[in-house]
Design a protein around this ligand. Structure first.
Ligand code: S3P
Length: 189
């Protein structure tokens, strides 16, 4: 059942997954939670539940600024209102961009930056491009858009990350979860 290395179990910190769309934050988060038997929460899913609509519909109805505010409120709720509960938290691709959020994320747990090449990102989300508000207007040149956003965001991700893992080099979410457990297990050695 619970098979995390002892030093990870002793840290008493949540694990926060950050990174661009399509890098596997949700799938790896679920796999990690199953492997460690910890609770998993996904900010986008929680926002959808609370708002009663999909992220794309939230963007369309309320605009990006309102979505970003929902994101900050949700993060604070998940990471600081329940500080004694250790979780695996999957965030949205734009979550680390707000200063307020990055403070919450860093204080909230060990931050893992999931990475993937633009090609891998595109192939993972290719069929769902139109449901991604930040990509939907770039259906003619999505790879260029992904590269531009990655260039603008990578420094934000890097500034926050305790560890980085390229999921395009892992054979699936379970393997990525194992890599993370191993990275965390080595943290204090
Ligand atoms: C966003 C990423 C999405 C979602 C929203 C904005 C972004 O989450 O939060 O569409 O700014 O990159 P995923 O990274 O889970 O797709």
């Amino acid at each position: 059942m619970t098979v995390a290395p002892p030093n990870l179990m002793q840290q008493n910190r949540s694990i926060v997954l950050i990174g661009f769309m399509g890098t596997g934050k949700s799938a790896v988060g679920r796999a990690l939670a199953g492997r460690l038997q910890w609770r998993h929460r996904d900010t986008d899913t929680e926002i959808e539940r609370e708002a009663g609509c999909s992220i794309a519909d939230c963007f369309a109805a309320e605009g990006e600024a309102a979505f970003r505010q929902r994101e900050t409120t949700m993060l604070a709720r998940l990471l600081t209102d329940l500080p004694s509960e250790r979780l695996i938290l999957s965030t949205g691709g734009g979550t680390p961009l707000r200063l307020e959020n990055s403070t919450l994320l860093q204080q909230g747990g060990t931050v893992i930056w999931l990475q993937a090449s633009p090609e891998a990102i595109l192939s993972r989300i290719g069929l769902n491009l139109s449901s991604r508000p930040l990509l939907a207007d770039y259906l003619d040149n999505p790879k260029e858009r992904i590269e531009d956003l990655l260039a603008a965001r990578s420094a934000h991700y890097a500034a926050l990350a305790d560890f980085a893992l390229d999921t395009s080099k892992c054979a699936g979410p379970l393997r990525a979860a194992e890599e993370i457990i191993s990275l965390l297990g080595q943290q204090q050695e």
